[in-house]
Ligand binder design. Sequence first.
Ligand SMILES: Cc1cc2nc3c(=O)[nH]c(=O)nc-3n(C[C@H](O)[C@H](O)[C@H](O)COP(=O)(O)O)c2cc1C
Length: 193
Amino acid sequence: MKTQINFVGVSGSLRKGSFNTMLLNAAMQLLPEDVTMEITSIADIPNYNADLDIPSASQRPAPAQRFRDALAKAQALVIVSPEYNYSIPGGLKNAIDWASRGQDSPLLHKPVAIMGATPGMWGTIRMQMAFYGVFLFLDMKPVLKPEVLVAKAAEKFDEHGNLKDQMAKDLIKQKLQNLKNLVLQLQPSEPLK
Ligand SMILES: Cc1cc2nc3c(=O)[nH]c(=O)nc-3n(C[C@H](O)[C@H](O)[C@H](O)COP(=O)(O)O)c2cc1C
């Protein structure tokens, strides 16, 4: 029997012409068989405030709760983000913080894949490295390989925002396949009869 798997995707950039949002859209076209992906936005999430979180989760701002709910519905997370000042963009880190607390955190133990695009040369590697500490603290399961770092992004997308670089497409496809495989591996096996 085929298992349907749901990913949730988030872009760390809010700007209209974002290369990272283009990359996330490209990933939508490269999903493995029997995998869907819902894209969720972090645009309206206010600054983290612990007074409105655990143990007062009923007071969570609606956009933060919606973000948590979108993560909870998915079996794996796909993060596509720029690097800001050698690290994770503040808005994205803030969203992750809202989703990170409590026993019911939708991030705990979640398989995750991270990718990034930059007009520069170093392809978001420092942002990706900064995320690995977050993944470690939350017992998340990152798919490390292949690394997807789209450098010189202005040359890699056409005027409609479509990814035209075949090597990048192959790497994204493989990464998403590896994420699917990890989800399947981590699924509880059938009880022995
Ligand atoms: C606040 C800020 C900080 C940035 N810091 C870095 C950086 O540390 N390293 C880097 O390669 N590019 C940096 N950039 C350039 C981004 O890589 C570039 O703006 C990129 O296009 C942003 O991604 P987007 O196209 O998805 O919006 C920074 C841009 C901004 C706005």
